[in-house]
Design a protein. Structure first.
Length: 113
């Protein structure tokens, strides 16, 4: 049997790259088609909700803590959570990062031995 084989590596690379990109292009169109016929996607319905009001800026460093708590609670409520789901609001100190770095260093040392 006479089998002809292609030995030109540039031609083989060109053909394989063409096939790969053709398949990727076809997948893009399949994904777009699925998005069009997706029954779970919400249809464009006129929005009856009012646009959320812009939150006031917190430029003043002497801001009252209760106002900050109210703003945080409003931001959490905007994501769809209720006020009863808020357990605690506390500031994050910078020492948490240094403590985590120390723990990582200790764990790395103990794993070596």
């Amino acid at each position: 049997m006479d089998q002809s084989t292609m030995t030109n590596p540039l031609m083989i690379s060109f053909i394989t790259m063409t096939v790969v990109f053709a398949v990727l292009y076809a997948l893009v169109w399949v994904i777009k088609f699925i998005q069009i016929i997706d029954p779970t996607q919400k249809k464009n319905v006129a929005k009856t909700e009012a646009a959320p009001a812009a939150a006031p800026e917190l430029a003043d460093s002497d801001q009252n803590e209760t106002e900050v708590v109210v703003l945080i609670a409003a931001a959490i409520a905007a994501y769809g959570f209720s006020a009863s789901q808020i357990v605690a609001i506390r500031p994050i100190g910078g020492e948490a990062w240094s403590q985590a770095a120390r723990l990582d260093a200790v764990n790395a040392r103990t794993q070596l031995f």
